[in-house]
Design a protein around this ligand. Structure first.
Ligand code: C5P
Length: 408
């Protein structure tokens, strides 16, 4: 249900913080990734180490740590999330949110975010029913903050009444219903190729290229976030597998094609991989030896299968939408227009990969979207943003699947 969704969990200082750990487990089981911001008071109740182990990510707590700011500024923490969850949300943190304070990392992220926020309050009954808290909650609700709980019950302080944080299952259900509203690709199948391929010359050497897989992996992650069921066929890369995506790892173009065909019928295919155009015609089983005095061996090449062209072939199994990439160093748009026709795909995302642009392995990309309708020039964007925009377009094109009886 939460495949690919990214939750930024803010853990403030309350005894209920222990429940957040179970919540992380439940969220991850549903395919979401969770990143934690732990307040100073929160760290009195749970350790960064336990949150780190449960999220398999580092835990963010220090606003002024240079590493935090250079690796992951507070803006980036919010940008990388689909939803911010404050659990437990203490009376103090709710008051600071309502007042717009930014005096630690948690409150700063909450002030700087444009993403939806869900708060799970947890506090003593009299703190919850105090006029100040009531007013703060009203203010936050008016600003669009969603609330789950608190529940009635016996509290750690042995008092009875409202103030107990909702159970992890209840918070997860609230997260699911909040995020269900923006899943236009739910029920759609997607295939993405990403990364380079590696073509063996012998068991030791290979032909490959500089593709990092960042753009393709970002597209797979973005498709999953909008609800698509995604198969990512990836060449050898160092970027992590995106959450909530089925990853098939391959080396060569032949293996990539076989994995794509194995994925079966899909609604959309995005070929972002930098497939080697040629492979060694006769890869050897043993390492080619250097013979003293002998001339260097000649490497005979053979063409690789064109995966994009294969997937674009007309027929009942053809995806409704096939998107290719064109990495060019000159005549970018003209070549992309030509490539779209030659390969038979619907759209081409054209990007300039001349060394000066730093596209290969870099974080940003300047692309043009080439379709039958014409050419759109996009501004220079982070690869994640290119992915979001492209997947937004894919969602516009495919829309929601029709009910089973009327399915295409
Ligand atoms: O022909 P060229 O390599 O420039 O085409 C780039 C596009 O075609 C990309 O979308 C790439 O993933 C795809 N491609 C492919 N199989 C190949 C070569 C390229 O799917 N053998």
């Amino acid at each position: 249900m939460l495949n690919g969704k990214r939750i930024l969990l803010i853990v403030a200082g309350g005894i209920a913080a222990f429940k957040s750990q179970e919540m992380i487990r439940l969220l991850r089981k549903r395919g979401a990734s969770v990143r934690c911001v732990l307040t100073e008071a929160g760290a009195r109740f749970v350790t960064p180490l336990s949150l780190q182990a449960l999220t398999e990510d580092r835990v963010y707590s220090d606003m002024f740590s240079l590493t935090d700011e250079s690796e992951m500024g507070h803006i980036q923490l919010s940008r990388d999330a689909d939803l911010l969850v404050v659990a437990p949300a203490t009376a103090n943190l709710l008051a600071r949110m309502a007042a717009g304070l930014a005096d630690d990392l948690a409150s700063t992220v909450l002030l700087a975010t444009d993403k939806p926020v869900l708060a799970a309050p947890a506090m003593n009954v009299r703190m919850w029913t105090h006029a100040a808290t009531t007013a703060n909650v009203e203010t936050l609700k008016k600003r669009g903050v969603a609330f789950v709980g608190p529940n009635d019950g016996v509290m750690a302080c042995n008092e009875y009444g409202p103030g107990r944080m909702s159970e992890p299952e209840e918070i997860v259900a609230a997260i699911e219903s909040l995020l269900a509203q923006d899943r236009p690709l739910a029920g759609r199948q997607a295939l993405v190729t990403s990364g380079p391929t590696r073509e063996a010359i012998d068991p030791v050497r290979y032909i490959s290229n500089h593709s990092s897989g960042k753009q393709g992996h970002a597209i797979a992650a973005a498709l999953a976030r909008l609800g698509a069921e995604v198969t990512l066929v990836s060449g050898p890369v160092t970027v992590a597998d995106p959450a909530g995506v089925k990853v098939l790892k391959i080396d060569s173009a032949d293996e990539m094609l076989a994995a794509c065909l194995q994925a079966g019928a899909v609604d959309v295919a995005v070929c972002a991989a930098a497939v080697a155009d040629w492979k060694a015609a006769k890869p050897t089983l043993a390492k080619i030896k250097k013979k003293p005095g002998a001339a260097p061996p000649t490497l005979e090449l053979a063409p690789n299968p064109d995966i994009l062209a294969t997937l674009s072939k007309p027929g009942s199994k053809r995806p409704k939408l096939v998107v290719g990439f064109a990495a060019e160093t000159e005549n970018l748009v003209a070549n992309a227009i030509d490539k779209r026709k030659r390969k038979g795909c619907d759209w081409i995302v054209a990007n300039d990969v001349s060394p000066a642009t730093g596209t290969f392995g870099g974080e940003r990309n300047t692309v043009h979207l080439v379709s039958a309708e014409g050419v759109e020039d996009w501004p220079t964007l982070a690869k994640d943003e290119v992915a979001e925009r492209l997947v937004g377009r894919i969602a516009d094109r495919l829309g929601r699947p029709r009910p089973a009886a009327a399915a295409e």
